[in-house]
Ligand binder design. Structure first.
Ligand SMILES: [Zn+2]
Length: 133
């Protein structure tokens, strides 16, 4: 049973086979985030070319801006505060708390939706894929 594209993206599975994990550890843990070099199921190399994940910085930046604007609007609507330090503190806190999320899902979004010519391959999702190829 192959998961849907959205389910595979949420669980950070390989974009080619949707079965292997992209990351070696959990999003929130005391160890640093570690990304697998290749898919454990189909062998797809996640970093398509050297430095490919530099592009994920721009995706992460867009995520961060969206989160900060949302948080600032939420603070204003909920508290009506005009104290700039309330905004600075809350936005820095949100930025730090969500940085593991942004790191992970900027790479997932880059591979799933922003990389041209990278599509799900049903053959790679088969149990016996490695035996064939
Ligand atoms: Zn794979």
């Amino acid at each position: 049973m192959v998961p849907s594209q959205l389910s595979a993206a949420v669980h950070a599975k390989c974009p080619k086979c949707r079965r292997g994990d992209m990351f070696a550890n959990k999003m929130y843990s005391f160890s640093s985030q570690k990304m697998n070099t290749q898919c454990s199921h189909c062998g797809f190399t996640f970093e398509i070319e050297p430095g490919y994940f530099y592009v994920a910085m721009f995706v992460s930046y867009a995520f961060n801006v969206a989160q900060m604007v949302s948080m600032a609007v939420a603070i204003y609507v909920l508290t009506g505060s005009h104290n700039p330090w309330a905004y600075v503190g809350a936005l820095l806190g949100v930025s730090v708390l969500l940085s593991p999320f942004n790191f992970r899902y900027s790479r997932v979004a880059l591979l799933y939706w922003l990389t041209p010519n990278l599509y799900f391959d049903p053959d790679r999702a088969r149990d016996d894929y490695k035996k064939i190829g």
